[in-house]
Write a protein that binds this ligand. Structure first.
Ligand code: FAD
Ligand code: SF4
Ligand code: SF4
Length: 501
């Protein structure tokens, strides 16, 4: 099935806008405006490269989509947004062609609109609560808040109008931020704005966290993340890549010997979970983290020029049902796999991945095996993967997560052949920092324990947020935690006596 071309979508929206011009729209009129589809590249074309799949709304589509908003007095959508963006206000501004005002409204509370507009799981956040979706009895018909957020963020970036936020006069106070994902970026910006000196330590050679090494270019162009990093540099944040706190230098040394007044840990959850089944150490088994990091950060997708080889697999199996699994499966297609099979224990309704990513994966030819669970990895005499034994399941009673438990059907085992197996069943925080920092407390899954209001850890002057506290979560939740922690750090530093010259 081919997609309508961006130009035909633009023309159709322009005609509909013209018909509505000079009319006072009633709520009923607004409910009859058709939801605007996202223009996207053809699946047959896009699986051969890593360029972005979703192309973004034209101005005409954006105005029309924004007109669908009913401007609800109680605005339930705002409560669904972890950083509480004033959604009706920015949608009204877009509908009235005041794009600069729209982005200014979003920036009051969100630091990464071009990122969140692309990757937020809107259908379970702001858009889930939207009155339009409820009235039309379909969350997919809610106002496309995320796409509109992306639209104004892109307009701003492409116009070159964005200016780094001003910073207050230097206070002489110093803050160490550990990890440069969305949590660390947010804290660095918010703390630097108050005039404090900020050093951002990053273990990898490129800053950006999962935004650069996890989420592929075809969903989130790296140029967008690079601009955010450049903004931090322009604000005066000192970024130190290849610096693994806990190994290169301990957190305690930063605080007690190097003169940092406070530290924020935004180290993410980069430790992959494995299936714990027979054969998992065969050659050809990867964690999704390793597979995607090689593909993204080391540009393994650029097969002619890449320094880092990636294991070639004609047949690839991915185990999991979240965004990470979809990204790994879609990346495998782009790396030349002929067949990609996705194995998931429950049904599609329970998959944690965003609806759009599931649809894109299917369009591109990923074969879904739902209600199937892996039993053991099968290999040859050379120790290489040749397949995965799976068993069929049915749904049982809900488990601790509230989702129905998959129950194996005895005797339904079968073998799926493949040379590559990618495991995408979740991540936990790396234990390095709690192991090397006296008194830094974590729970049994390695998540740092923090005060729910200030994000302070078990140690004075040390704060944490994002995936290192929440386990694998989302970009916007990491950013929200960063905002909360930065406010607490700024309040703590404001109480300190002035620093002697
Ligand atoms: P991270 O982004 O993980 O950044 C942590 C950084 O800290 C890393 O760069 C790491 O190298 C660095 N670090 C770790 N330890 C140290 C140390 N000791 N010293 C110095 N640096 C250190 N979320 C969504 O909302 N939507 C999506 O569509 C989505 N898709 C995803 C797809 C993939 C493949 C993955 C892996 C995740 C996805 N997520 C998605 C989740 C989201 O990316 C994370 O929740 C978010 O990035 C967490 O932000 P963070 O700042 O806490 O950590
Ligand atoms: Fe919705 Fe995410 Fe934007 Fe909030 S940041 S309004 S949840 S898309
Ligand atoms: Fe607009 Fe939907 Fe929010 Fe109402 S709930 S203000 S219709 S976006």
């Amino acid at each position: 099935m081919s997609h309508p071309s961006p130009e035909s979508l633009r023309r159709e929206a322009a005609a509909q806008l013209a018909a509505l011009r000079n009319r006072t729209l009633t709520p009923k009129d607004r409910l009859t405006i058709p939801p605007q589809p996202m223009p996207s590249r053809e699946p047959t074309e896009r699986i051969h490269d890593v360029q972005e799949v979703a192309l973004g709304y034209s101005p005409e589509q954006a105005r029309l989509e924004a007109l669908r908003c009913l401007q609800c007095k109680n605005a339930p959508c705002i409560n669904g947004c972890p950083v509480r963006i004033n959604i009706p206000a920015f949608l009204k501004a877009i509908a009235e062609e005041r794009d600069a005002e729209a982005i200014a409204i979003i920036r009051q509370t969100s630091l990464l609109p071009a990122v969140c507009g692309r990757v937020c799981p809107q259908e379970i956040q702001c858009q889930e609560r939207c009155t339009v979706g409820k009235a039309l009895k379909d969350v997919r018909k809610a106002v496309s808040i995320g796409r509109l957020e992306r639209f104004v963020a892109d307009v701003e970036r492409e116009s070159g109008r964005f200016q780094p936020p001003p910073t207050k006069p230097e206070t002489g106070r110093r803050v160490a931020v550990i990890g440069s994902g969305p949590a660390g970026i947010t804290v660095a910006a918010d703390v630097r704005r108050e005039g404090h000196t900020v050093t951002l330590f990053e273990a990898l050679h490129k800053p950006g966290g999962v935004l650069v090494y996890g989420i592929p270019e075809f969903r989130l162009p790296k140029a967008i993340v690079e601009l955010e990093i450049e903004t931090l540099r322009a604000m005066g944040v000192d970024i130190r890549p290849n610096f693994l706190v806990g190994r290169t230098r301990r957190l305690e040394a930063l605080l007690h010997d190097d003169g940092y007044d406070a530290a924020f840990i935004g180290a993410g959850a980069g430790l992959p979970r494995f299936l714990d089944i027979e054969g998992e150490n065969l050659v050809g088994v990867f964690s999704a983290n390793e597979y995607l990091t090689r593909a993204n950060l080391m540009r393994a997708y650029n097969r002619e020029q890449a320094d880092t080889p990636i294991y070639p697999g004609r047949n690839v199996i991915v185990v999991g049902g979240g965004n990470v699994a979809m990204d790994a499966a879609r990346m495998a297609l782009r790396l030349g796999a002929k067949e990609v099979h996705l194995v998931y224990r429950r049904t599609e309704a329970e998959m944690p991945a965003r609806i759009e990513e599931i649809e894109h994966a299917k369009e591109e030819g990923v074969q879904f095996h739902v209600l199937h669970a892996p039993r053991r990895v099968i290999g040859n005499a050379a120790g290489r993967v040749t397949g995965l034994e799976c068993i069929r399941c049915r749904l049982g009673e809900p488990d601790d997560s509230g989702r129905p438990r998959p129950v194996e059907i005895p005797g339904s085992e079968y073998i799926l052949e493949a040379e590559t197996l990618i495991v995408a069943i979740g991540n936990e925080p790396n234990p390095l920092l709690p192991q090397t920092t006296t008194g830094l407390k974590a729970d049994r899954r390695g998540r740092l324990l923090v005060d729910p209001v200030t994000n302070q850890t078990s140690l004075p002057r040390v704060y944490a947020g994002g995936d290192v506290v929440l386990g694998s979560a989302t970009v916007i939740l990491a950013m929200g935690q960063g905002r909360q922690a930065a406010a607490a750090i700024n309040a703590f530093l404001a109480e300190l006596p002035p620093r002697k010259a």
